[in-house]
Design a protein around this ligand. Structure first.
Ligand SMILES: C=CC1=C(C)c2cc3[nH]c(cc4nc(cc5[nH]c(cc1n2)c(C)c5CCC(=O)O)C(CCC(=O)O)=C4C)c(C)c3C=C
Ligand SMILES: [Fe+2]
Ligand SMILES: [Fe+2]
Length: 367
């Protein structure tokens, strides 16, 4: 087994802290073939679909990958922009915002990259870039406020898998979740309040989260509980009574039962219960993407209006707003604590040349 080394390392370089910001990933293009490649990688992940491998291989290859890519490509075309997929450019903008903020404070002692769990840019590419820039300590921030084995857990797997191929591992911190972090709660609540200042307050606020199969909750995944906690904290922040808000779960996939209540079914029935004006916010999505822009912004709006709803609006994700960058920088900084940053250039060079000499002498001896 040949482990990948760090050939670019020199003793003159200072140890840097690398920050890898990750997100789910998105297809390279809104085409059937790009969707097939993306969905194959995504849906082959045993963290995402917990069905016995051989049975799932048959279902995936004989049914899903023959039907879904074309349908999903058409959906992606409705949200695609000049900068590509919204998920990709929002994540790129978030990383740029974090990089600028950390650079102001730490100069080039902290380096920042972003990567995607599925598709491009890959996690291994992001890590390689950080190591090439001299990172010897690493903070990974998956942009998922809520922990689920299917998302955060799977991101950890990808990092760990990359590490199994490397010779020199960094010191490593992994941000597990931030669903109840006061700064995150405040940022989401403030964005809702701002939306209300502009558009007025609706009868009900719907907090819609991406669903997962019910069996994941029953097996002990904390995702469901964390989503409910986020909703409660946001409602408390906004001073909402219990009947003024509701937590729902969207983006169901396949036939088995997922977390309930389902967003689409809920919206189809709210008007008959006397609720005609709603705003929907998706606190689990750190960036707008297909599942918010198309599914919540378009599809679910139609369900609600067709059922007799009168007013509907989607409150955008935090994306790369300064308030969101602040939250993410706070999360990262609290994970840098006690990591020594050597700002003293002279001292660093003196130490490095002493080490270089020693290194050369040792090499000389062993020749
Ligand atoms: C098949 C099971 C799926 C599970 C479990 C799942 C969990 C999960 N997903 C997100 C966040 C996102 N998912 C997105 C798209 C998406 N999700 C699934 C399936 C599962 N997700 C599919 C098949 C797709 C692809 C789109 C489609 O074909 O409909 C996205 C958007 C990506 C984009 O490019 O815009 C996000 C974001 C979370 C947070 C989660 C569990 C906690
Ligand atoms: Fe998903
Ligand atoms: Fe729960």
């Amino acid at each position: 087994m040949a482990y990948q080394g760090s050939p670019k390392f020199t003793h003159h370089q200072c140890d840097k802290i690398g920050v890898l910001v990750t997100n789910l990933g998105t297809p390279d293009a809104p085409t059937t073939s790009a969707l097939r490649a993306y969905l194959r990688q995504f849906l082959s992940d045993p963290r995402v679909v917990e069905v016995p491998r051989f049975i799932w291989w048959l279902i995936l290859n004989l049914i899903i990958l023959r039907i879904r890519p074309r349908r999903s490509a058409a959906a992606y075309r409705t949200v695609w922009t000049e900068r590509g997929s919204p998920l990709l450019y929002h994540t790129a903008d978030q990383a740029a915002g974090i990089r600028a903020a950390l650079e102001r404070k730490y100069g080039d002692d902290v380096v920042v990259e972003f990567a995607m769990r599925y598709g491009n840019p890959s996690i291994s590419k992001g890590l390689q870039s950080l190591f090439d820039q001299g990172a010897r300590k690493l903070v990974v921030l998956p942009l998922y406020p809520h922990y689920s084995a299917a998302t955060t857990g799977s991101t950890f797997d990808a990092i760990a898998h990359d590490f199994t191929q490397r010779r020199w591992l960094p010191e490593f911190r992994f941000i597990n979740h931030y669903h109840d972090h006061p700064a995150y709660i405040k940022a989401v609540a403030t964005s809702i309040q701002r939306h209300w200042d502009e558009h007025g307050k609706p009868q009900k606020l719907i907090l819609s989260y991406h669903g997962v199969p019910l069996k994941y909750l029953l097996k002990g995944d904390p995702y469901h509980c964390e989503c409910h906690k986020t909703s409660r904290l946001i409602a408390e922040h906004l001073g909402l009574e219990k009947d003024a808000y509701m937590t729902t779960f969207q983006s169901r996939f396949g036939r088995e039962e997922w977390l309930q209540p389902y967003t689409d079914e809920t919206l189809k029935h709210l008007p008959e219960q006397g609720v005609h004006s709603i705003h929907v916010v998706c606190p689990g999505f750190s960036s707008d993407c297909l599942e918010t822009i198309e599914e919540i912004g378009e599809e679910n709006r139609e369900y609600f209006m067709e059922a007799g709803g009168k007013e509907y609006s989607y409150i955008p994700a935090l994306n790369a707003t300064p308030e969101h960058i602040d939250v993410l920088v706070q999360l990262i900084e609290s994970n840098l604590q006690d990591w020594h940053l050597d700002h003293n250039e002279d001292q660093r060079h003196a130490l490095a040349s002493a080490m270089e000499t020693e290194h050369e002498q040792r090499k000389g001896r062993s020749n």
